[in-house]
Design a protein around this ligand. Sequence first.
Ligand SMILES: Nc1nc2c(ncn2[C@@H]2O[C@H](COP(=O)(O)OP(=O)(O)OP(=O)(O)O)[C@@H](O)[C@H]2O)c(=O)[nH]1
Ligand SMILES: [Mg+2]
Length: 186
Amino acid sequence: MGLFDKLAGWLGLKKKEVNVLCLGLDNSGKTTIINKLKPSNAQTQDIVPTIGFSIEKFKTSSLSFTVFDMSGQGRYRNLWEHYYKEGQAIIFVIDSSDKLRMVVAREELDTLLNHPDIKHRRIPVLFFANKMDLRDAVSSVKVCQLLSLESIKDKPWHICASNALKGEGLQEGVDWLQGQIQATKT
Ligand SMILES: Nc1nc2c(ncn2[C@@H]2O[C@H](COP(=O)(O)OP(=O)(O)OP(=O)(O)O)[C@@H](O)[C@H]2O)c(=O)[nH]1
Ligand SMILES: [Mg+2]
């Protein structure tokens, strides 16, 4: 880091940079959520299924986020683990209306939480119970039960109901994440 960067950091001019992994099954709404968190002039109108992954950036009042927006398609899920070491926070997105695949989401979450690069780290995990606008969506409390989130004891976690199309619930989640990251000293 150069002297200017250091000075800017000390003076509070430079936002702390954070790497976030955005994970979850395909079609859960990851890219839609990340897109909504960008400034309106940087948002795209047409969102297509992610191929591999895409790197996106957005800022909050005090942090500068670099998001690894991973594809959730089965054939790409083995890419996720290559980025675990770099991730300082996780956003895990669930399609609350996809009851059939809730068990698959749970399996992927369990695999993630038990991975050696994640298991012993107190990395914050933000869950979005997304697509709350759909008639057959289950509540965030139900998502919590179906994924056994209460059993996560060694990491700070939080779940928010969201509607990514309208942006509802997203700010609450990001505020929580920002608070968690600021609370860690690194
Ligand atoms: N009704 C509703 N549709 C949503 C919501 N969020 C996303 N979608 C739609 O769900 C579809 C999938 O959204 P994406 O953001 O591409 O999903 P993804 O998780 O990035 O999918 P992959 O890139 O394939 O892993 C799109 O048609 C979105 O418009 C939501 O909150 N409500
Ligand atoms: Mg995507």
